[in-house]
Ligand binder design. Structure first.
Ligand code: MG
Length: 157
Protein backbone atom coordinates (compact mmCIF):
# COMPACT_ATOMS: atom_id res chain seq x y z
CA UNK A 1 0.00 0.00 0.00
CA UNK A 2 1.39 3.34 -1.03
CA UNK A 3 0.77 6.10 1.49
CA UNK A 4 0.70 8.70 -1.26
CA UNK A 5 -1.73 6.93 -3.57
CA UNK A 6 -5.37 8.03 -3.35
CA UNK A 7 -8.11 5.42 -3.67
CA UNK A 8 -10.12 7.64 -6.01
CA UNK A 9 -9.45 10.74 -8.10
CA UNK A 10 -11.93 13.40 -9.15
CA UNK A 11 -11.55 16.83 -10.75
CA UNK A 12 -13.84 18.60 -8.28
CA UNK A 13 -15.49 17.63 -5.01
CA UNK A 14 -18.88 18.33 -6.58
CA UNK A 15 -18.16 15.54 -9.11
CA UNK A 16 -18.21 12.96 -6.28
CA UNK A 17 -21.61 11.33 -6.05
CA UNK A 18 -23.26 9.72 -3.02
CA UNK A 19 -23.04 6.46 -4.96
CA UNK A 20 -19.22 6.76 -5.21
CA UNK A 21 -18.99 7.31 -1.46
CA UNK A 22 -21.28 4.35 -0.71
CA UNK A 23 -19.21 2.10 -2.98
CA UNK A 24 -16.11 3.15 -1.01
CA UNK A 25 -17.86 2.10 2.20
CA UNK A 26 -17.77 5.62 3.63
CA UNK A 27 -20.20 6.97 6.23
CA UNK A 28 -18.18 9.89 7.54
CA UNK A 29 -16.50 12.41 5.22
CA UNK A 30 -13.58 14.56 6.35
CA UNK A 31 -13.33 17.51 3.97
CA UNK A 32 -10.31 19.70 3.31
CA UNK A 33 -11.15 23.41 2.88
CA UNK A 34 -8.47 25.31 0.93
CA UNK A 35 -8.57 24.60 -2.81
CA UNK A 36 -11.09 21.82 -2.20
CA UNK A 37 -14.20 23.70 -1.04
CA UNK A 38 -13.01 27.23 -1.90
CA UNK A 39 -9.95 29.13 -3.04
CA UNK A 40 -7.18 29.26 -0.45
CA UNK A 41 -8.32 31.40 2.47
CA UNK A 42 -11.58 32.42 0.79
CA UNK A 43 -14.87 32.53 2.72
CA UNK A 44 -16.78 31.95 -0.53
CA UNK A 45 -17.28 28.29 -1.42
CA UNK A 46 -16.83 27.18 -5.02
CA UNK A 47 -20.02 27.14 -7.13
CA UNK A 48 -22.18 24.13 -6.33
CA UNK A 49 -20.45 23.33 -3.04
CA UNK A 50 -23.32 24.34 -0.66
CA UNK A 51 -25.77 22.37 -2.83
CA UNK A 52 -23.40 19.38 -2.92
CA UNK A 53 -23.12 19.44 0.88
CA UNK A 54 -26.89 19.45 1.44
CA UNK A 55 -27.36 16.70 -1.16
CA UNK A 56 -24.69 14.49 0.46
CA UNK A 57 -26.08 15.18 3.94
CA UNK A 58 -29.55 14.17 2.72
CA UNK A 59 -28.04 10.89 1.51
CA UNK A 60 -27.12 10.14 5.13
CA UNK A 61 -23.41 10.97 5.31
CA UNK A 62 -21.78 12.79 8.22
CA UNK A 63 -19.44 15.63 7.18
CA UNK A 64 -16.66 17.46 9.02
CA UNK A 65 -14.27 20.12 7.69
CA UNK A 66 -10.67 19.39 8.64
CA UNK A 67 -8.04 22.01 7.85
CA UNK A 68 -4.52 22.96 8.78
CA UNK A 69 -5.55 26.60 8.46
CA UNK A 70 -6.41 28.89 11.40
CA UNK A 71 -9.57 29.21 13.51
CA UNK A 72 -10.11 32.68 12.01
CA UNK A 73 -10.22 31.22 8.50
CA UNK A 74 -12.10 27.96 9.19
CA UNK A 75 -14.70 28.78 11.88
CA UNK A 76 -16.84 31.28 9.88
CA UNK A 77 -16.41 29.24 6.69
CA UNK A 78 -17.61 26.01 8.31
CA UNK A 79 -20.42 27.70 10.24
CA UNK A 80 -21.66 29.29 7.05
CA UNK A 81 -21.84 25.82 5.48
CA UNK A 82 -23.43 24.38 8.63
CA UNK A 83 -20.64 21.88 9.23
CA UNK A 84 -18.57 20.91 12.29
CA UNK A 85 -14.87 21.61 11.87
CA UNK A 86 -11.34 21.02 13.10
CA UNK A 87 -8.80 23.80 12.48
CA UNK A 88 -4.99 23.62 12.82
CA UNK A 89 -5.44 19.91 12.35
CA UNK A 90 -1.74 19.20 11.73
CA UNK A 91 -2.45 16.91 8.76
CA UNK A 92 -0.88 14.45 7.93
CA UNK A 93 -0.69 13.57 11.64
CA UNK A 94 -3.64 11.45 12.80
CA UNK A 95 -4.63 13.65 15.77
CA UNK A 96 -6.87 16.03 13.77
CA UNK A 97 -8.58 13.13 11.99
CA UNK A 98 -9.16 11.42 15.36
CA UNK A 99 -10.62 14.62 16.78
CA UNK A 100 -12.90 15.08 13.75
CA UNK A 101 -14.16 11.49 13.93
CA UNK A 102 -14.39 10.98 17.70
CA UNK A 103 -18.03 12.04 18.16
CA UNK A 104 -19.43 9.76 15.49
CA UNK A 105 -18.36 6.25 16.54
CA UNK A 106 -17.43 5.56 12.91
CA UNK A 107 -14.23 3.63 12.19
CA UNK A 108 -11.45 5.03 9.99
CA UNK A 109 -12.27 2.28 7.45
CA UNK A 110 -15.76 3.78 7.10
CA UNK A 111 -14.32 7.27 6.76
CA UNK A 112 -13.35 9.06 3.55
CA UNK A 113 -10.86 11.91 3.46
CA UNK A 114 -11.44 14.32 0.56
CA UNK A 115 -8.77 16.88 -0.32
CA UNK A 116 -6.38 18.25 -2.93
CA UNK A 117 -2.94 17.77 -1.34
CA UNK A 118 -0.78 14.64 -1.43
CA UNK A 119 1.32 15.33 1.66
CA UNK A 120 -1.52 16.41 3.94
CA UNK A 121 -4.83 14.93 2.76
CA UNK A 122 -3.68 11.72 1.03
CA UNK A 123 -0.81 10.85 3.34
CA UNK A 124 -2.84 11.80 6.44
CA UNK A 125 -5.91 9.88 5.30
CA UNK A 126 -3.82 6.80 4.57
CA UNK A 127 -2.00 6.92 7.92
CA UNK A 128 -5.40 7.29 9.64
CA UNK A 129 -6.62 4.22 7.73
CA UNK A 130 -9.43 5.79 5.75
CA UNK A 131 -10.41 5.90 2.07
CA UNK A 132 -8.92 8.86 0.21
CA UNK A 133 -10.51 10.91 -2.55
CA UNK A 134 -8.02 13.26 -4.23
CA UNK A 135 -9.40 16.28 -6.07
CA UNK A 136 -7.51 18.64 -8.36
CA UNK A 137 -6.40 21.79 -6.51
CA UNK A 138 -8.87 24.38 -7.79
CA UNK A 139 -6.68 27.37 -7.15
CA UNK A 140 -3.13 28.39 -6.36
CA UNK A 141 -1.83 27.31 -2.97
CA UNK A 142 -1.58 30.95 -1.78
CA UNK A 143 -3.35 34.24 -2.41
CA UNK A 144 -0.31 35.56 -4.26
CA UNK A 145 -1.58 34.63 -7.72
CA UNK A 146 -4.97 36.21 -7.03
CA UNK A 147 -3.37 39.44 -5.81
CA UNK A 148 -1.23 39.67 -8.93
CA UNK A 149 -4.27 38.98 -11.11
CA UNK A 150 -6.27 41.74 -9.36
CA UNK A 151 -3.43 44.20 -9.95
CA UNK A 152 -3.30 43.30 -13.62
CA UNK A 153 -7.10 43.61 -13.89
CA UNK A 154 -6.93 47.07 -12.30
CA UNK A 155 -4.23 48.07 -14.74
CA UNK A 156 -6.27 46.91 -17.75
CA UNK A 157 -9.46 48.76 -16.65
MG1 MG B 1 -6.22 21.97 0.29
Amino acid sequence: MSLLKPDYRFDKITDIKAEDLKKAGAKLLLLDADNTLSFHGSQTPFPGVPEWISEIKKSGFELVIISNNSERRIKPFAENLGLPFVYESAKPLPKGFKKAAENFGISPKETAVIGDQLFTDVLGGKIFGSKVFLTEPLGPETDFFIKVKRKIEKFIR
